[in-house]
Design a protein around this ligand. Structure first.
Ligand code: HEC
Length: 134
């Protein structure tokens, strides 16, 4: 093989690998924000469930959990901007989820039965969106 062809081949391979890595990085960066929001929601719902299991169900504790869930729920809109723009049903599911959290926040559970009802309702509205969009 002509040595200059070999050099061209190596340069070509190198550029190809570089472009692939750049593309993967761009695609990955686009997913990081939505996945981060969902991971934080998941962690906070887990903590609510841990409180239930340990029967720690006082109102100030419930409120602290709910406040974090509420704050994170407001990140769904910017994190899923393209779904928001494409789908009225996604927006509706997000608003339903926020309504569920606000209802619980307006009446923070002071006992485990109420906390259980609220946690179940919240997790059902997570699922309602996941069934269609996850
Ligand atoms: C309005 C829609 C919507 C709501 C409400 C919602 N999610 Fe999600 N969730 C999604 C979508 C869409 C994905 C897929 C994200 C992706 O892979 O880019 C997802 C993915 C996830 C993931 C997987 C993340 C990963 O590692 O890839 C977890 C965990 C999760 N959601 C937890 C929750 C929890 C917990 C709640 C409620 C407290 C919730 N979600 C509420 C839409 C929603």
């Amino acid at each position: 093989m002509n040595p200059s062809h070999l050099i061209l081949l190596i340069v070509g391979l190198f550029v190809g690998v570089l472009c692939t890595l750049l593309t993967l990085n761009i695609v990955g960066a686009g997913k990081r924000y939505p996945v981060a929001v969902m991971t934080v929601l998941d962690a906070n719902l887990d903590r609510l469930r841990e409180d239930l299991l340990a029967e720690r169900c006082d109102a100030s504790r419930s409120m602290a959990r709910l406040t974090r869930l509420q704050a994170t729920s407001r990140e769904i809109e910017p994190a899923f901007a393209s779904l928001e723009a494409q789908s009225a049903s996604f927006r509706e599911l997000r608003l339903g989820f926020i309504r569920e959290l606000d209802a619980a926040g307006a009446n923070p559970a002071a006992d485990c039965v109420t906390l259980n009802t609220q946690a179940t309702a919240i997790s059902q509205s997570c699922e309602a969106c996941h069934v269609e969009y996850r």
